[in-house]
Design a binder for this molecule. Structure first.
Ligand SMILES: NC(=O)c1ccc[n+]([C@@H]2O[C@H](COP(=O)([O-])OP(=O)(O)OC[C@H]3O[C@@H](n4cnc5c(N)ncnc54)[C@H](OP(=O)(O)O)[C@@H]3O)[C@@H](O)[C@H]2O)c1
Length: 256
């Protein structure tokens, strides 16, 4: 299969790289804009660039749309599609029905991912669910999750946002480790990456146990962990996180 990309940006570059590194690579045909990214991707096997956006859709029936939301309308005006086209759109916060109207008569599926798509173990999310797409990405080693409602799918985008918020917290914690012990920032980040990996392992292996229960299994009474849990709870450390998440979810719900 040959997959087209309209809008070669940070996210679509990561997706192409991730799939090409896997045991199940595909052939790709890229739109020519964003020359420096296209140039980099052309060094990978099975990647080519088309003369223009219409040439991408002429050569590929499956096409990932990687432009930002504000560029969707201009892109739609540049291409002629048929009912045989399947567009996979990564634009955050743009409803399926809006995309279907913009890219009529093509079939449209919404997709969410993060720049971690470049590396093994990353996940992709789809709405509506699509068996062929799920197979294509799970063959390429991605974790795949689909949702029954579009609101739930939007939450997958916010999970990508949460990832960025965590990374910023890790920076602050690593800096504290480094300042207090003299270890290098790189070593401190490595330490915290291992800790995060262990949290993920616990969450996956003990799915039926609530995260807060797991936290208290680590933080048994009288431990340093328990002191930290109490300290953070007392200061409602989770509140700003929950507040911004609720605000963004409300905003997404009210989008046209
Ligand atoms: N980055 C992430 O981690 C991430 C995570 C989740 C979701 N997303 C979503 O993914 C989408 C893209 O984000 P991004 O960070 O990858 O953005 P980006 O790096 O700016 O990539 C978008 C690319 O599309 C190009 N483009 C715009 N109009 C085009 C057209 N008509 N034809 C061909 N190419 C066109 C842009 O070129 P110019 O620069 O020349 O305009 C740019 O290179 C956004 O909707 C975002 O919400 C991104």
């Amino acid at each position: 299969m040959r997959i087209g990309v309209l809008g070669v940006g940070a996210l679509t570059e990561a997706i192409v790289r991730g799939v090409q590194k896997s045991k199940s690579p595909y052939r790709w045909c890229l739109s020519p804009r964003s020359a420096f990214r296209v140039e980099r991707l052309l060094s990978l096997p099975q990647v080519s660039v088309a003369a223009d956006n219409q040439a991408v859709v002429d050569q590929c029936s499956t096409v990932i749309i990687g432009v930002r939301p504000n560029d969707l309308q201009a892109l739609a005006a540049q291409i002629k599609l048929t009912p045989d086209h399947h567009l996979i759109c990564v634009a955050a916060g743009v409803e399926l029905k809006t995309l279907q109207a913009l890219f009529y008569p093509a079939k449209v599926t919404r997709m969410m991912a993060s720049i971690a798509a470049e590396y093994p173990g990353a996940s992709v999310f789809f709405f509506p669910s699509d068996a062929a797409l799920s197979t294509c990405f799970s063959n390429a080693g991605f974790g795949v999750q689909s949702f029954s409602t579009e609101a739930q799918f939007e939450a997958s985008m916010l999970s990508v946002c949460v990832n960025a918020w965590w990374l910023d917290q890790i920076q602050a914690l690593a800096q504290a480790f480094s300042d207090e012990t003299g270890m290098s920032l790189v070593d401190a980040v490595e330490l915290l990456a291992r800790a995060q990996q262990e949290s993920a392992t616990l969450l996956k292996q003990r799915r039926s146990t609530a995260p807060s229960v797991l936290a208290r299994e680590i933080g048994t009474p009288g431990t340093f962990t328990a002191r930290g849990l109490y300290h953070l709870k007392e200061r409602q450390a989770e509140k700003p996180w929950v507040d911004i998440l609720s605000e963004l979810l409300k905003e997404l719900k009210s989008m046209p």
